[in-house]
Every structure is written in structure tokens, then in C-alpha cells.
Design a protein around this ligand. Structure first.
Ligand code: SAH
Length: 246
């Protein structure tokens, strides 16, 4: 079943008219017919069972659905920017794994150089990738992709728990899964293809980030990002409502 996001708060019984591009996608691409059902998530993250109106000129919200598909913890990922499709893949997979916010990171060894007007265009494109992934996996919210930031701005993105994954310390630092504690929010920093320099790690430590390992092998940046989100899912996600709570 299709799911869409609308920015405004809504209530059951209401007919909403999403933006033209969304209605076009539903009626012309997905080819939903009048009275066909879909899911709508409103600006308050309330999910509704809904249907296309008889005239196909809007969407009638039928009933509120209590379905929270979000992680129980806010996860912010600062990710060294990597090239092309691998970056798109990182955005999509981390969205499926429940990330709350992705902050593209410019660091010493980042080969991707984006600034000014191009940064805003890229950020809009990345936000669309994330919104599409959030619809597909039935998220209750669309994660935020910010414009690229530099490493010395990392302190602004700290959470209750803050980790930087450093490949050079992978055999000596404690693993992320061992360090994660129940919390409301976590920030994890992942480097670009070229990794982090010791001076960058020092700067991040000064900013309150603790070194962690993602295991014995050196992972590609996109794999490392997915590993970090999987660790948060594994350690911090409560059992589902009908799961066996041990
Ligand atoms: N170019 C480097 C690897 C960089 S991997 C090399 O080949 O040595 C990109 C990023 O993924 C790293 O900066 C780090 O943040 C993370 N990473 C990859 N494997 C890791 C591991 N085993 N432990 C901790 N961090 C890791």
C-alpha cells in the first residue's frame, strides 16, 4: 500500500489535497483508482488509513492508525561525503534503518567538493531520495538531510551519546554495540573513503565524541554508516508490540 507525507496536521474525515506532484504520482504513476486505499502521515506524524476521493481530486482520511515505525532513539549521522550512487545508497539504507538526521560532512580527505548554489541543489536532491525511502519503508517521519557542514561544526550536532568511528583504532577501541546505552539520542560520525586523520580525531574528541570500533575489518564508508544504524537498531530498539520480550 502506498504511503505519502503531508506537511499539515489533519484529522479523520477530512479531505486533503496534497501538492500536484504527489497527486500526479498517485494517479498517473501508481495509477490509484477512486476509493482505493493508501496511508497518509500528517505533519504531526499521525498515520491515517485513507482513500482516493470518488472524483480523484483529493484524499479522504478515513481513520487514524496507531502505527509508530520510528526507532526509540533519535539517531544523527554525520557522514563524510562520498561520491555518486554510493552516497545515494547510504541515504536510502540509513533512512530504512531509522536515522533521524543525516549531516553531510566535509573533512580533510573528502574528495567530494560541493559549495554555494550547488550545495542547496544537492541537498534538495538528497532530501527527495530520503523522502522516497521513508515512504517505501512506512516511516512515521521523513529524516532531515542538512546542507554539508565542516568538521569543526561537529559539536553543534551532539546528542546524549556521541561517537566517532575511527578505522585506525578499530582493534583497540570498544565496539559501538558495547558502548551504546539506552538514551533518547545518539550521534555517530563516519569518515569519507579516505578516513579520518589523527588531528581530526583529536578535534572530535575535544568536541565530546568518543572513539568506537565497528569491528576488526575496515568497512567502506557506506557500509560503516549502515553498520552504525544497525547497531542502534540492535541495541536501542524496543521489542515490537507482539515480539517476545525476554
Ligand atoms: N580509507 C581508509 C578507510 C576509511 S573507511 C582505509 O582504507 O584505511 C571510511 C570510514 O568508515 C572511516 O573513516 C570510519 O569512520 C569508518 N570505519 C570503517 N571501518 C571501521 C572500523 N572497523 N572501525 C571503526 N570505524 C570504521
Amino acid at each position: 500500500m502506498q504511503q505519502i507525507f503531508i506537511p499539515q496536521r489533519a484529522c479523520a474525515g477530512q479531505v486533503v489535497v496534497p501538492e500536484e506532484a504527489v497527486m500526479h504520482h498517485l494517479l498517473r504513476v501508481v495509477r490509484l483508482k477512486p476509493l482505493e486505499h493508501l496511508r497518509v502521515v500528517d505533519g504531526d506524524r499521525q498515520c491515517f488509513e485513507a482513500e482516493i476521493t470518488e472524483e480523484s481530486d483529493g484524499i479522504r482520511l478515513l481513520s487514524a492508525v496507531e502505527e509508530n515505525s520510528e526507532l526509540d532513539v533519535e539517531v544523527t549521522l554525520l557522514a563524510g561525503m562520498i561520491k555518486g550512487e554510493r552516497w545515494d545508497w547510504l541515504l536510502q539504507k540509513c533512512t530504512e534503518l531509522g536515522v533521524s538526521r543525516i549531516v553531510p560532512l566535509k573533512s580533510q580527505r573528502t574528495v567530494v567538493r560541493i559549495s554555494g548554489e550547488k550545495a542547496a541543489q544537492k541537498q534538495q536532491r538528497w532530501q527527495k531520495i530520503v523522502e522516497q525511502a521513508a515512504r517505501q519503508c512506512r516511516r512515521s517521519r521523513v529524516p532531515q538531510v542538512t546542507e554539508p557542514v565542516s568538521l569543526n561544526q561537529a559539536a553543534a550536532w551532539r546528542s546524549e551519546q556521541n561517537f566517532v568511528a575511527w578505522e585506525d583504532e578499530r582493534l583497540h577501541s570498544a565496539r559501538l554495540v558495547s558502548l551504546l546505552q539506552p538514551a533518547r539520542s545518539v550521534t555517530v560520525v563516519i569518515g569519507p573513503e579516505g578516513g579520518f586523520s589523527p588531528s581530526e580525531i583529536e578535534l572530535l574528541k575535544q568536541a565530546g565524541y568518543q572513539c568506537c570500533s565497528l569491528g576488526r575489518r575496515i568497512l567502506r564508508a557506506e557500509t560503516a554508516a549502515v553498520y552504525a544504524l544497525c547497531a542502534c537498531n540492535f541495541v536501542l530498539e524496543e521489542e515490537t508490540a507482539d515480539g517476545q520480550v525476554d
